[in-house]
Design a protein around this ligand. Sequence first.
Ligand SMILES: O=C(O)CCC(=O)C(=O)O
Length: 264
Amino acid sequence: MRASLLQVAVNEGESVESRRRRVAGMVREQAGADLVVLPELWTTGAFAYEGFGREAEPLDGPTHEALAEAASDAGVWLHAGSVPERAPDGTLYNTSLVLSPSGETAAVYRKIHRFGFDKGEAVLMGAGDALVTVRLPHTTLGLATCYDLRFPELFRGLVDAGAETFVVPAGWPERRRSHWTLLARARAVENQAFVLACGTAGTHAGIPQAGHSIVVDPWGEVLAEAGPGEQVLTVDFDPKTVAGTRERFPALKDRVLGLDRPHR
Ligand SMILES: O=C(O)CCC(=O)C(=O)O
């Protein structure tokens, strides 16, 4: 299976509309890949909070329209990263879409763990409450977004729902890059799954982005890692490795369930 992670540069000098056109063009260039992955909040920038309300769109908004066409032109599955979504009741969400090679919406994931503590996304957006997996011809994807990477119980839930390959779009800041790499490898090793983690490059709202998108195999080995700038990171991997690893080293079968609940 071939995946291309598009580590898009998100800088303030470029308008949302022009970035949308540019990214749709980058997706079209990935014909031949099985799966293309975009980062988190790449239209606005994950830290450009004032843009969330201004640029929020419904699920069938301009980003969906541009990317559904691009996915179908390229004939690829597309994890379209996330955009600020405005739900019919007015609530904003940090929402990811997965589009099929014919441009149909195959899955919608609203980020569960909002980042910012008492500001930014944590106060401006609502929280998703549903785990989402998507069956592709080669593997089952489990969806998570950026800060979700710090919450291993979410990934365990995705494994229980059948996930073999986690896709994690992000807008991770450079100052915590060591956490990004460590957590991506940890989620892969503990769940014996592939991790495709796609970040942004550039600087927005004064926050330099880490880049360094990364693909990790179920043994925790890094198959590919990007540099800091805009880059297409293409990797070939065999999703059957997941079943093989889980069979040869069956640690997941030794889980003791319920330890995350308070003692009685
Ligand atoms: O957890 C982190 O350090 C970064 C998270 C983040 O930037 C986000 O979720 O948007």
